[in-house]
Write a protein that binds this ligand. Sequence first.
Ligand code: NAD
Ligand code: SF4
Length: 435
Amino acid sequence: VDKVVDLIRHKVPLDEWPAEYFVVEDNIRRKDALLGNDLAPGDALRAMRGPAEMLEAIKASGLRGRGGAGFSTGQKWEFCRNAVGTGAHGAHYVVCNADEGEPGTFKDRVLLSAHADLVFEGMTVAAYVIGAKKGLVYLRGEYRYLLDKLNAVLEKRRADKLLGKSILGQTGFDFDIEVHLGAGAYICGEETALLESLEGHRGVPRKRPPFPVTSGYLGQPTAVNNVETLASAALIAAKGAAWYKSIGTAKSSGTKVLSISGDCARPGIYEYPYGVTVSQVLADCGAIDTQACQIAGASGLCIAPGEFGRRIAFEDIPTGGSFMIFDNTRDMFEVARNFVHFFVDESCGFCTPCRVGTTLLKNVMDKIHDGHGGEYDIGDAQRVIKTLKTASHCGLGQTAGNCVADTLQKFRPSYELRLTVREFEPAFDLDKALS
Ligand code: NAD
Ligand code: SF4
């Protein structure tokens, strides 16, 4: 950690850092969990007893989407299975969202590197339930280096009759998977922009409804699921709904894989049963003097020490997996300003409230940073955040101001110490004179 801190302090460009500094440790291994996955390829598929039974098991397990939103996977697959395909493409599709672009999130990269078979097996379970013949993995462009390895795993699965025609000798169980590369746009992690991109169009989010379960890839019923959701589905197929439901909390069954980064002694990938407290996570990764945790990415929730007793669960703090730690040497205003710059870069530009709003917010933050800000600018930032939230076309714009809103509420002194411009004070105060 000290060496990394030195590199940052001396502003050494990332491509000059030693390769070993990019290795992410798999810090907590639980035999029964995703990272401790003890299944052999095909175990989950061999355990399935019919699509309807498999769907019931997924519903009974309580599995919810691991991309962050937590929609019921059983319900999603049921809607998709019941939807009817149309026209020349009349078919169902499974799409694995591996466009892991949220700042501070790298758990899908580790799942795909270490447990690709489990993810592909989960896609095959989904295909079996919804009746899909084709699956697509949308792999983040920056993860291109994984492509050959993933294709080799797919090839091996075809050779072992775990993909292709008549999987495991079952007539009519035909399914295959292709990997597509993204091109570096954060917005393509939004499921409908991802589908547009898969179809060869510009990655702009579609209007929802209709949801992809009825009108997804090529307008056909499509189950779009996160990497971790699919890996969990494979474990449920093999080990049963009751086993899965026994882990976690009432409304959040199973485990959550967290990508932990920032000011701690042991950053990396951790897996916890849902319900773990933030303070437990901080203790495990060796964080000290923590002043804030940014959970669920740049658009997520920034919490202060008084809230560290809160829990990672859909009942309390849901997250796609990003867990960034800031100790008391960090300037939370600068953290928020950095996130706002990120959203300006990543706004797809389709709708005015977000395209213009993110830039206006950046301008206010830069003005305060440059020492030209006053109370009026704080109010201005709040007005822009409200417009972003209420008028943006998709989640990116709607949540782009969260980092400023949260830090303004919890770390206001980091803003106030920069305010230099005194507000205009009228020479003659009419209200005062009349009273
Ligand atoms: P959402 O709640 O709108 O939808 C979640 C899922 O449920 C989607 O697949 C959607 O199609 C489905 N769904 C919702 N309502 C439905 C309905 N009535 N019928 C059928 N399907 C339905 O959330 P979202 O906008 O898709 O995703 C936002 C989440 O993504 C945020 O919670 C954020 O944390 C997360 N996120 C994750 C990453 C990452 O890298 N993992 C990046 C950015 C954002
Ligand atoms: Fe694009 Fe932003 Fe509008 Fe979403 S909110 S469609 S990212 S411009």
